[in-house]
Design a protein around this ligand. Structure first.
Ligand code: NAD
Length: 379
């Protein structure tokens, strides 16, 4: 029993120091062991221009489900590091959300505003099909429902589509879950969960951010938004009359809550000293640049950090329902449950005097270990 428990902990454990992605194939294997990955697949199709990586982290609880990100990465190694970190996060996200799914993710290296084509996404779909259902994809940053419709032409292992019982764009459900997670965090930090007149800085004006801002403004919050694309910010100004700042200035905004809803690693050595918020709670994945260092620093500074993979699980909860028979009502109900999940993590963190990230990792790992043990029984 102890051996089993240790084995599952080994699969799931997070590298103790920040890992920069290696450049040789042996080092890649070492890195996979460090992160606990089962499989990493490199996909190349020069005709369509596809360059992609699919990472399957852990399938103890079920097939690895996670979106496909398309981004103009600074380097191939940055893309590889991103997909390893993101897919590991999906394992924990599915576990803490109570889903029978493992963790996986894919990245397509390219500019989402210039390099998309039917051939590229259908080519990617064939690689997904080749994994025989071990990996199920969906949209993520830089990809859309329309892109997934192309992927769907080549594989049935795709969620977040509009056709064939699909649920479409998951970001409204992600945002709805983030909204409820923010309320649970506010209750802990400020004594009540009302967001009326709370000052909230939202980084990003994309899919998740736009839906989140609608909920926040509806409840009376004073919202400030930034994005690297001015047209997206201006759309939110037109829709909700929010305040805006230049992208880099979002860290200096006088606010109660900082909600990262853009890309990862936004909480780092440079930005932490600039933050005014007492709570960090937002939809972006991998918000902490170096979790092992930055989570304790946030606590020392009196900033309550809500683990990203917990609070942004609403979209995964939504697409997971496609595998069972989709119901929008159930999806909304599940996303609301993030309030209670956040409360449980905060209670464990306080009672055991551990970081919020340690509390959430512990709950996720315990579930993976317990269910993994059950699955070993011959029936
Ligand atoms: P999106 O592409 O629609 O939005 C991201 C936005 O961030 C874009 O508008 C982009 O221009 C902006 N951005 C990039 N760098 C920025 C910077 N430095 N400052 C300000 N803005 C910047 O993507 P999305 O679907 O809204 O996802 C946002 C985040 O939430 C991502 O980290 C994603 O992984 C995470 N997430 C999304 C979902 C979902 O359902 N879409 C689910 C879980 C997690």
């Amino acid at each position: 029993m102890l051996a089993n428990a240790n084995r599952y902990r080994f699969w799931c454990r997070f590298p103790t120091t920040k890992t920069r992605f290696p450049t040789t194939s042996m080092a890649l294997l070492d890195s996979m062991v460090d992160y606990g990955h089962e499989q990493v697949v490199f996909c190349s199709d020069p005709v369509s221009g596809l360059r992609a990586i699919i990472a399957i982290h852990n399938t103890t609880l079920g097939p690895a489900l996670g979106g496909t990100r398309m981004w103009h990465y600074k380097s191939d190694s940055a893309a590889r590091e991103d997909v390893l970190r993101l897919s590991r996060g999906m394992t924990y996200k599915a576990a803490i959300a109570g889903l029978n799914l493992g963790g996986g993710k894919a990245v397509i290296i390219g500019d989402p505003r210039r390099n998309k084509s039917e051939a590229l996404f259908r080519s990617f779909g064939r690689f997904v099909e080749g994994l025989g259902g071990r990996y199920i994809t969906a949209e993520d940053v830089g990809t859309s429902v329309a892109d997934m419709a192309w992927v769907r032409m080549e594989t049935k292992h795709v969620t977040g589509v509009n056709s064939a019982g699909g649920s479409g764009d998951p970001s409204p459900f992600t945002a709805y879950g983030v909204y409820h997670g923010i309320k649970a965090a506010a209750k802990k930090a400020f004594g009540n969960d009302s967001l009326n007149r709370r000052k909230i800085a939202v980084q990003g004006a994309g899919n998740v951010a736009s839906h989140l801002v609608a909920h926040l403004v509806h409840e009376g919050a004073k919202v400030t938004v930034s994005d690297i694309y001015d047209d997206k910010v201006q759309q939110l100004v037109a829709d909700h009359n929010v305040a805006t700042v230049e992208p880099d200035a979002i860290y200096d905004v006088d606010c109660d809550i900082f909600a990262p809803c853009a890309l990862g690693a936004c909480i780092n050595d440079d930005t932490i000293p600039r933050l005014h918020a007492r709570v960090i709670a937002g939809g972006a994945n991998n918000q902490l640049d170096d979790p092992a260092r930055h989570a304790p620093i946030l606590r020392e500074r009196g900033i309550l950090y809500i683990p990203d993979y917990v609070i942004n699980a609403g979209g995964l909860m939504n697409v997971a329902l496609e595998l069972e028979g989709y119901s929008r009502e159930r999806a909304l109900h599940r996303a609301e449950s993030i309030y209670g999940i956040v409360e449980n993590i905060l209670k464990l963190s306080e009672s055991q005097n551990i970081l919020t990230v340690e509390a959430s990792d512990r709950l996720a790992e315990e579930r993976i270990s317990a269910i993994g043990h059950i699955k070993q029984r011959h029936v």
